[in-house]
Design a protein around this ligand. Structure first.
Ligand code: HEM
Length: 425
């Protein structure tokens, strides 16, 4: 399958806007001021579009990801406190536990496909944090059912979303196989958790979530749609980001040794815990740079719903906008040595990049709800893995970003793993 980024012309990496020649195709925007207008100043004129909701609702239901207007606003307000950075730091032990679990699996070293290993680690994290510690599920069968569900539904549906409007005319949408049984499982877990003593985890925080303006709480169906949405939004994206972070660290010996020195200084050989996360400053820089070079959400779409003007562009209802995040993050005009891996761009003494230029988590009111979750997870896992092992990419494998709808390396990431130390138990 061709990657959308292969169809992007050079101008997307160098210019400020580009009109797709396809009939009804989107306007690409690469000027941070215009992007700010779409996501912030004129945000009510641009939505993800009716097509997005039509396609995704059978999979995600009516949660934050697929709602608009008042239905979105109260759910977002109610959930936001559960995703505060302080709560995320408290999840560090289960995140380092998932990475340590991988090191234990590789105890004899050898060859692995790191992209599959990363998927397993981030799945363990999401299962433990979002699905009640997984104790209500058989972990292995939950993984294969959810992964099967995602591969049957997510990428194919995202491709439909990108298809031109005329393609959709007169066609009905395919059903979402597996959605009903997954919903039943999560419903059962929620019922059990409502009557169980609180554990103070993310599920508890969401069970108690309340819109601060109206006091409204989530009923079981809304909570279930959101929990499933968090799995879909947070599993694959984090796994892609972890894969590229390890790839880049494995390619740059000075980065690998700075990472190891930092972890040794901050945590010694103890498991990475809540007190270490904020101190792993260089580790966070590496993750930020990996998200710049290989953004898991490599493009964002919006559809205009009321006439408006953005910079020199006039939009009418139905017009489409595409923000080519991958190109924006490597744009010739905005970055020094755009294709070079340089984590020091994100050093604390450097000016932070414009938030409408560097936007791996999106921007504006619909910025990723799980950004702090993902950053904590990636920092904790990168630190744990780099301390515990040396990773060498199979020299015969050409590492190339991007299958059709994901930023994963094509053909996986075959690596040799050699364990370095075992942490204190
Ligand atoms: C590296 C990992 C991640 C990346 C790169 C990422 C990226 C994004 C982006 C770009 C958006 C905005 C989409 C748009 O504007 O159309 C988004 C939204 C969202 N993300 Fe993430 N995400 C990540 C991890 C997570 C995690 C771990 C969770 C939950 C546990 C999560 C939950 C969400 C939700 C609920 C939204 C929708 C927010 C709204 O519409 O109000 N994400 N994400």
């Amino acid at each position: 399958m061709t990657r959308p980024i292969d169809a992007w012309p050079r101008v997307v990496f160098e210019g400020l806007s580009f009109r797709s020649p396809a009939p009804g195709g989107p306007l690409f925007l690469m000027d941070p001021q215009d992007i700010r207008a779409v996501f912030v100043d004129e945000a009510d004129a641009f939505t993800q579009g009716a097509m997005f909701r039509r396609i995704m609702r059978p999979v995600w239901g009516e949660g934050i990801l697929t709602s608009e207007g008042a239905a979105w606003r109260w759910q977002r307000r109610a959930s936001a406190p559960a995703f505060r950075p302080a709560h995320m730091d408290a999840l560090a032990p289960l995140m380092s536990g998932a990475a340590q679990g991988a090191l234990d699996r590789w105890s004899r070293g050898g060859r692995v496909d790191f992209s599959q290993e990363a998927a397993r680690m981030t799945f363990d994290v999401i299962l433990d944090s979002v699905l009640s510690g997984g104790e209500d599920f058989d972990r292995a069968s939950a993984r294969s059912r959810i992964e099967g569900f995602l591969s049957r539904n997510l990428s194919p549906r995202l491709s439909l979303y990108m298809a031109p409007d005329r393609w959709h005319e007169g066609r009905s949408l395919p059903a979402a196989p597996g959605a009903e049984s997954l919903r039943r499982d999560v419903d059962a877990m929620i019922r059990r958790r409502r009557s169980a003593p609180p554990r103070g985890d993310l599920v508890d925080l969401l069970l108690q979530a309340r819109d601060p303006e109206t006091g409204r709480t989530m009923d079981d169906a809304t909570l279930r749609d959101n929990l499933l949405g968090f799995i879909v939004a947070g599993h694959q994206t984090s796994s892609v980001a972890l894969t590229w972070s390890i790839f880049l660290a494995s390619q740059h010996a000075p980065t690998a040794s700075r990472l190891r020195n930092e972890v040794a200084e901050v945590a010694g050989d103890a498991p990475i815990g809540p007190d270490h996360v904020g101190k792993l400053v260089f580790t966070r820089q590496v993750v930020s740079e990996a998200l710049r070079l290989y953004p898991p959400a490599f493009q964002l779409y919006r559809v205009c719903v009321r006439e408006t003007v953005v910079g020199s562009h006039r939009f009418r209802p139905g017009d489409k906008v595409l923000i080519p995040i991958y190109a924006l993050h490597r744009h010739r005009r905005w970055w020094r040595d755009p294709d070079v891996f340089d984590p020091d761009r994100f050093a604390p003494d450097q000016p932070a990049p414009d938030r409408h230029l560097y936007m791996p988590f999106g921007a504006g009111a619909r910025v990723c709800l799980g950004a702090a979750f993902a950053m904590t997870e990636l920092v904790v896992m990168l630190a744990t893995l780099m301390r515990g092992a040396t990773f060498t990419v199979d020299p015969s494998h050409r590492v190339w970003p991007g299958t059709a709808m994901e930023m994963l390396p094509r053909g996986g990431l075959p690596m040799t793993v050699e364990l370095r130390t075992q942490r204190r138990s």
